[in-house]
Structures are given as structure tokens and as C-alpha cells.
Write a protein that binds this ligand. Structure first.
Ligand SMILES: Nc1ncnc2c1ncn2[C@@H]1O[C@H](COP(=O)(O)OP(=O)(O)OP(=O)(O)O)[C@@H](O)[C@H]1O
Ligand SMILES: [Mg+2]
Length: 252
């Protein structure tokens, strides 16, 4: 069974069909990339998969359940998390605090017991801190745990955002242009991190313009053009598909 399935998805903004007639399925435990020119509808697709936008029509199935139109926090609670095209980290918090925000998806302390600092809450706080540290270390950020996010360079913040998404213990992680703005070394590190995340059992849907990264690590690539599926297949098939070359990849 596929982990995620989109059936005939459509999203219309006024007269513009940002996504139309889009169907695909994502098997478990792979790196599934979505590529396409600017404005092709990639972020709109992510916004539908995370329920930020309700599809105009069509449906989304996750682990066999129809999640179309479910509130975003419920979708997140089912194990779908994401990072954003425009970096979203809390600059007034430390790196560790940012990741703890992700962990709190699974924290069950109530507000009153938290205010009273009950032993159960202190224990929970200890558990969350430990888990956040583990995630930071997994992402190679253990050393900067107590640094304020505002003092960290952009490349580290991009990783920190991934760490926060991982702290919510997703089964499916959506990444919207994680390599944008990174230098070559940072891109290589990101590449390794994405592969490690997949190897840890998390399925990844990756939106990315960096074609060497996409072709190196993806198991499956889907190409969107003007909101429609242009082609899908292995990186090799996509690189040799004449429709994809003329619409997107160019002559190189
Ligand atoms: N909230 C919105 N209201 C109106 N139009 C929108 C909205 N969001 C996206 N669009 C339009 O939908 C189309 C798809 O946009 P989207 O951001 O999904 O593209 P994208 O593939 O992510 O592009 P990029 O590679 O530049 O990030 C564009 O024409 C965009 O202007
Ligand atoms: Mg986008």
C-alpha cells in the first residue's frame, strides 16, 4: 500500500488552475521528488497535502484514510510535517528551543499542570529536552543547541528547520526547496542528511530546483508543468524524457 495517494487533485485560484487533474502515489520509505518550473504548482501541492489549502476538488489519502480537508493540526498529528520555501524558524529562541517546539506535538502536559510545575511535567520536560538534543545531534547541530537562532547562519537555520520538523516524529516529511540559498558544501551535507532521514524510515517528498541533488538521491521523480503532471519515473527516465527536457531541463 502506498503511504500517500493523491487522486485527481485540483486547486483553483480565481481563474488560475494552479493544480489540475493530478494523481500520483508515494510508496513508503522513498525519496519522492517533485520538480517543475517556477509557478508549476509545487508549493500549492504541499499546501494541499498539509491541509493549509483545501483542494478545489479531488482527494488525498494517507495510510489508506481520506484526509482531504482535515484541519492542518490533525494532519500533522497523523505524521505529516514539512519545511517551508521561506525559512520559518523562531529567531528569538535558541536552536534547542526551536526543536522543542516540534517535540511538543507529542507532549501531553496540560497548561495548569505545567504552570504548577508538577513532577509529571518536569519529567515530561526532561524527556522533551533529551529528544530535542537527539534530533539536533542527528542533524549535526549538537554543538549549537544553546545558540540563539538569530546568531546562526542561513545554512544552519535551514538544517534547524528540518530538525524541528523531525522532532514531531513524522512518517512523511515534505521539504520545499531545502537547498535554496545553500553553498556547495552545505548542499552536500544536506544531501547526506536527506538520505539519512530516509534510511531512518521516514518517507520524503522533496521539492527542489537543484537538479544534481534531485537526480542523485531520488528514487522517483514527478514533473509538474502548469499544474499538470508532465512525466514521472526514475531519475534516469526523467533525464531522458524529451517532454521534460524541452519543458524544463533544457538542452544540458
Ligand atoms: N494563495 C494564492 N492565491 C493566488 N494564486 C496563488 C496562490 N498561491 C499560489 N498561487 C499561484 O499558483 C501558481 C503556482 O504557484 P506555486 O507557488 O505553487 O508554484 P511553485 O511551483 O511552488 O513555484 P516556485 O518554484 O517559484 O516556488 C502560481 O501561478 C502562483 O502565482
Ligand atoms: Mg514553491
Amino acid at each position: 500500500m502506498s503511504l500517500l495517494e493523491a487522486r485527481n487533485l485540483e486547486k483553483q485560484f480565481g481563474g488560475l488552475k494552479a493544480i489540475s487533474g493530478l494523481s500520483f502515489s508515494v510508496p513508503e520509505n522513498i525519496i519522492f521528488s517533485v520538480i517543475g518550473p517556477n509557478g508549476a504548482g509545487k508549493t500549492t501541492l504541499f499546501n494541499m497535502l498539509t491541509s493549509i489549502y483545501k483542494p478545489t476538488s479531488g482527494s488525498i489519502f494517507y495510510k489508506g484514510n481520506n484526509i482531504t480537508g482535515m484541519p492542518p493540526h490533525k494532519v500533522a498529528g497523523l505524521g505529516i510535517t514539512r519545511t517551508f520555501q521561506n525559512l520559518q524558524v523562531f529567531l528569538n529562541m535558541t536552536a534547542l528551543e526551536n526543536v522543542k517546539v516540534g517535540c511538543h506535538m507529542h507532549s501531553n502536559s496540560g497548561l495548569i499542570s505545567a504552570a504548577l510545575r508538577l513532577p509529571s511535567v518536569m519529567k515530561e520536560e526532561h524527556r522533551v529536552r533529551k529528544m530535542a538534543m537527539e534530533v539536533l545531534e542527528f542533524c549535526g547541530l549538537g554543538d549549537i543547541a544553546d545558540m540563539p537562532a538569530s546568531a546562526l547562519p542561513y545554512g544552519i537555520l535551514k538544517k534547524l528547520e528540518i530538525a524541528r520538523a523531525l522532532a514531531a516524529q513524522p512518517d512523511l516529511l515534505l521539504m520545499d526547496e531545502p537547498a535554496a540559498g545553500l553553498n556547495d558544501t552545505e548542499t552536500m551535507e544536506l544531501c547526506d542528511l536527506i538520505v539519512q532521514i530516509c534510511q531512518s524510515g521516514i518517507t520524503i517528498i522533496l521539492v527542489e530546483h537543484n537538479m544534481s541533488l534531485v537526480m542523485e538521491i531520488s528514487h522517483h521523480v514527478l514533473v509538474l508543468n502548469y499544474g499538470k503532471l508532465l512525466a514521472q519515473g526514475s531519475p534516469y527516465e526523467i533525464q531522458h524524457n524529451s517532454k521534460v527536457i524541452s519543458a524544463y531541463l533544457g538542452g544540458e
